[in-house]
Design a protein around this ligand. Sequence first.
Ligand SMILES: *[C@@H]1O[C@H](CO)[C@@H](O)[C@H](O)[C@H]1NC(C)=O
Ligand SMILES: *[C@@H]1O[C@H](CO)[C@@H](O)[C@H](O)[C@H]1NC(C)=O
Ligand SMILES: *[C@@H]1O[C@H](CO)[C@@H](O)[C@H](O)[C@H]1NC(C)=O
Ligand SMILES: *[C@@H]1O[C@H](CO)[C@@H](O)[C@H](O)[C@H]1NC(C)=O
Ligand SMILES: *[C@@H]1O[C@H](CO)[C@@H](O)[C@H](O)[C@H]1NC(C)=O
Ligand SMILES: *[C@@H]1O[C@H](CO)[C@@H](O)[C@H](O)[C@H]1NC(C)=O
Ligand SMILES: *[C@@H]1O[C@H](CO)[C@@H](O)[C@H](O)[C@H]1NC(C)=O
Ligand SMILES: *[C@@H]1O[C@H](CO)[C@@H](O)[C@H](O)[C@H]1NC(C)=O
Length: 450
Amino acid sequence: MILNELILSALSFVSFTFAMDLDTSSKESICGATSLIIKGMLDYYWGTQYGGTVGMFQPPYYWWEAGEAFGGMLENWYLCQNDTYADLLFDALTAQTGPDYDYIPQNQTMVEGNDDQCIWGLTVMDAVERNFTNPTEGPGWLAMGQAVFNTMWSRWDAADCGGGLRWQIFTWNSGYDYKNTISNACLFQMAARLGRYTGNNTYLDVANDVFDWLTGVGYVNMDNAAEVYDGADISENCTDITKYQWSYNNGCMLGGAAYMYNATNGSSIWETRVTQLLNGAKAYFFQDDIMYESACQTAKTCNNDQRSFKSLFSRMLGFTSVLVPSTRDIIDPLILASAQGAARTCNGGTDGHTCGLNWQASTHDGYYGLGEQMSALEVIQNLLIHDRPAPYTSIDGGSSEGDANAGLNKTSKNVLSNDLDIKTGDKVGAAILTAGVLAILVGGAIWMLF
Ligand SMILES: *[C@@H]1O[C@H](CO)[C@@H](O)[C@H](O)[C@H]1NC(C)=O
Ligand SMILES: *[C@@H]1O[C@H](CO)[C@@H](O)[C@H](O)[C@H]1NC(C)=O
Ligand SMILES: *[C@@H]1O[C@H](CO)[C@@H](O)[C@H](O)[C@H]1NC(C)=O
Ligand SMILES: *[C@@H]1O[C@H](CO)[C@@H](O)[C@H](O)[C@H]1NC(C)=O
Ligand SMILES: *[C@@H]1O[C@H](CO)[C@@H](O)[C@H](O)[C@H]1NC(C)=O
Ligand SMILES: *[C@@H]1O[C@H](CO)[C@@H](O)[C@H](O)[C@H]1NC(C)=O
Ligand SMILES: *[C@@H]1O[C@H](CO)[C@@H](O)[C@H](O)[C@H]1NC(C)=O
Ligand SMILES: *[C@@H]1O[C@H](CO)[C@@H](O)[C@H](O)[C@H]1NC(C)=O
């Protein structure tokens, strides 16, 4: 007995030390590593736990982060060609789509922002472009993506700052007067992807408009190395810009521009923009070719949301290297060095393969959580991005049924005109909740400045 235990603990020490050997040139090794990482993600998944909710991770992980996490797992399904979690993904995506199939499920209406809805929108577009099994009843993934796009675009607000989406969907949430970059950058990308997939130029026109607004208002600065800031309040006509740069904001712009480049058969305007955004990505979010969340990681102030941003950022770099072939030589080495860095930190926790936050550290740095897991997942699996077909379009591989008017004919509650019948107490609760989030976001960020 005692001897056995000794042997076991010696063994676990060994596996601790060599937890995640990653042979970056072997699909088997890459997919073996990502299998372990996903297992760690699912420790936080509520949907398979007693009394839990399908499609939700347990607190403190917000609904939006679940959308981001399933996007990473869907890519893993595609890149590793492994069906193990296909049903789990299908169930999550259909459970959270909501009564109008637009990713405004009733449970989230108190707190959901445009950015939250849109991150799920990106995941459903992934399902479209990767030809993930469609629901047999009701709208297909494409119609759901169109519903996300249509409902967001219908909220475009020309009354302040010459356009743009507000952060919040609902007036009672604080942050309603803030127009943030991620909501708009994500809408830009949804439009670009729908345009490329369907071949319908109306989407590309919208993408152009959103892009022009983001640069016009100064949230995105198209220098040689483009800066992508956080957003601004409408009170000063969006001129008092919060100048933090987050990797997922850059990623959404870069990915969107890459889809635009590809959808326009390689327009030189979009090629220049991709180059500028990629230069910015490289300048602000990498050190020695290893990715990091510069605005909070070194200062050790990243909150739960921010600890997941490298995940979406990695996904976008991967897409860009495929859709704009000339960027491959720049992006592949960044993915490679970052994947190796990430894998070296996946030797923490009681399981011996929990991933950390700081990929420059050569071992686990003490941070752990859903964000750390999914960031490591996405950067490592992007080593395989060139081994599988590029995102499909409706004429070369995709099969999802669309509906150009999806989401515009609400049958349940009128989210478009923002007049849900909700009790005042709930509104106050929601306002306090988002005020808290805002305070932490802004407070944390301001603290970093000094
Ligand atoms: C597929 O994924 C599961 C769960 O991650 C893993 O256990 C299994 O080994 C994988 N299959 C292959 C062929 O890699
Ligand atoms: C909504 O919340 C209730 C109560 O927590 C839960 O039972 C239900 O599964 C949730 N539905 C969705 C779609 O998340
Ligand atoms: C407000 O900002 C928009 C976008 O930058 C600009 O077009 C508009 O002229 C500004 N309005 C005022 C009153 O400054
Ligand atoms: C791109 O090329 C295809 C095929 O030649 C053509 O049908 C399409 O109209 C082009 N798109 C744009 C935006 O130029
Ligand atoms: C668009 O992406 C595909 C898939 O990677 C690629 O083959 C094609 O060359 C790209 N188009 C342009 C104009 O670069
Ligand atoms: C996409 O899915 C459809 C329906 O399952 C299938 O018929 C088609 O062959 C798939 N396309 C590709 C490229 O695998
Ligand atoms: C193209 O998309 C727009 C915007 O959703 C829609 O109004 C229009 O009907 C679509 N055109 C076609 C041919 O599907
Ligand atoms: C919108 O919904 C109503 C009521 O369900 C229906 O009669 C109408 O045909 C729908 N319109 C569209 C454009 O789908």
